[in-house]
Write a protein that binds this ligand. Structure first.
Ligand code: CA
Length: 472
């Protein structure tokens, strides 16, 4: 919980550039920020600037608690305006139904998030290269098993495994893309909104999944494995392939070799899928809902907007991410590098900077992910660069941006979709274990989902997406 306090040096430094000094009004004792926000609204005593979730800001903005920012952005926030012009999907997402913008959003600059990692030491053991296609990956995982890659004399190598929770995506959501299926809401090749488990192409994909499972190339406990999967399977020398967050996964190269001599994970690009396409399904969302707003009681909206814009300038971004030159970072070859004190601390870099009033998402700014390089080993850095430079992220089947639904759309989705999703996941699990009846059952599966209202759900997403993109 980060409440702004007077001793935070980053807002103090910002005052030198902006002549604006912030005074925090939220208490660090408020452990529940939603409750604190609601209490503040109810009190009718609003501070000049309020941080909060977009849907709350929009709701109370339309009721008059916050002012529309459109004209202020136009006149006093050139850097925010430029960014919104360059990202029409973000601009659409933050625009309320009444056409007004009430919140300046926290934004991510860099969208690379997750990637594939494979055991380099196992590849060396079986004498194979990093797989470039889905077929090569199949053969590699089979070789891990057939050739006792972990050398314990047992046929126990686990190929693909995951720690993702079904709330995020299904347990096979990292493998299905290799068969042309994106389990996130996305745009298909015709530019239409779709979700992978409700497409005709899913039939061949789930057959392949079932086949791989039968061959032992997928974790037998894939559906029940928990969030600590990496902490168990890597030190046990028993996990071969994962799709996960790049910085944290590459970190196992540091911790595991002490237990498993020679342990090494290599980051690899997504193998080309069964259609010959190479694409990465996971990405960061450009916005996550956090940001700040100007209250209707603020007597200085113009100055407030200029202040907000400061955090989107290069100077503001550096201050927000790296702190103060000579104190928390130094410039080395034209780039900011944290001081040894920051780098060698027991605390994470972002925690230290947040304690100084930087990197707080409710105080909207344009995030600079370059700081993550300092938290990553060489393999992590190499992998991020691989995903960036190859342009695979959001290619082929791009993930939908954050959508704003009308109440009607929202009600429909909540009424129909959860049951559809449950049915999809149950069927995926059944077919993974036994794919012998997929040909006979698939049409019935699609019809059942149609009967449950899946077309209406897809339509609600399509309408919300069209509205976002300004399609009439
Ligand atoms: Ca073995």
């Amino acid at each position: 919980k980060y409440a702004l306090t007077d001793d935070m040096i980053i807002p103090q430094e910002a005052a030198k550039f902006t002549n604006v000094t912030l005074k925090g009004t939220a208490s660090s004792m408020d452990s529940n920020s939603t409750q604190a926000f609601n209490l503040m609204i109810a009190s009718k005593e609003l501070p000049d600037i309020v941080g909060g979730k977009r849907q709350d800001i929009i709701k109370y903005g339309q009721e008059g608690a916050f002012i529309p920012l459109n004209d202020l952005i136009e006149e006093y926030a050139p850097d925010i305006k430029k960014l919104l012009d360059e990202n029409p999907d973000v601009k659409g997402a933050i625009t309320a139904e009444d056409g007004n913008i009430y919140q300046i959003p926290f934004m991510f600059a860099d969208l690379v998030s997750e990637g594939y990692f494979i055991r380099q030491d196992w590849l060396d053991k079986v004498g194979m290269e990093v797989p470039a296609t889905v077929d090569e990956l199949h053969d590699v995982l089979k070789a891990f098993l057939d050739q006792d890659a972990n050398g314990n004399g047992k046929r126990d190598e686990i190929g693909y495994f995951t720690r993702v929770s079904v709330e995020d995506r299904n347990k096979l959501g990292g493998l299905l893309p290799l068969f042309g299926i994106n389990d996130y809401w996305h745009l298909n090749k015709e530019g239409k909104v779709a979700i992978g488990l409700y497409t005709p192409e899913y039939k061949e994909a789930v057959k392949n999944i079932s086949q791989w499972y039968a061959e032992g190339l997928i974790d037998p406990e894939i559906f029940t494995r928990g969030a600590n999967a990496r902490d168990i399977l890597f030190p046990e020398n028993n996990g071969g392939l994962i799709h996960d967050w790049i910085p944290s996964t590459s970190g196992y190269n540091k911790s595991v070799p002490a237990k498993v001599p020679g342990f090494k994970l290599t980051g690899m690009l997504p193998p080309t899928d069964i259609n010959g396409d190479q694409w990465e399904f996971a990405s960061r969302d450009k916005i996550d809902g956090a940001g700040w707003a100007i209250s209707s009681q603020n007597k200085y909206p113009e100055e407030s907007m200029k202040y907000m814009n400061f955090w989107f300038t290069e100077t503001g971004r550096r201050l927000k991410t790296y702190g103060i030159e000579g104190v928390t970072y130094n410039m080395v070859d034209g780039k900011p590098v944290y001081t040894d004190e920051i780098l060698n601390s027991d605390q994470a870099i972002n925690t230290q900077i947040m304690d100084m009033g930087g990197m707080i998402e409710d105080m909207a700014y344009y995030h600079d992910a370059s700081y993550e390089e300092f938290a990553m080993d060489e393999e992590g850095k190499r992998t991020v660069e691989l995903y960036k430079s190859s342009g695979v992220v959001n290619k082929c089947y791009p993930k939908l941006p954050a959508l704003g639904f009308t109440d009607e759309e929202n009600d429909l989705i909540l009424a129909k979709y959860p049951a559809c999703r449950t049915y999809m996941l149950e069927q995926l699990q059944k077919w993974t274990f036994d794919g012998s009846m997929i040909d006979q059952q698939f049409d019935g599966y699609m019809q059942t989902l149609k009967d449950m209202g899946m077309d209406e759900v897809v339509n609600a997403y399509q309408t919300a997406y069209d509205r976002l993109m300004g399609v009439k």
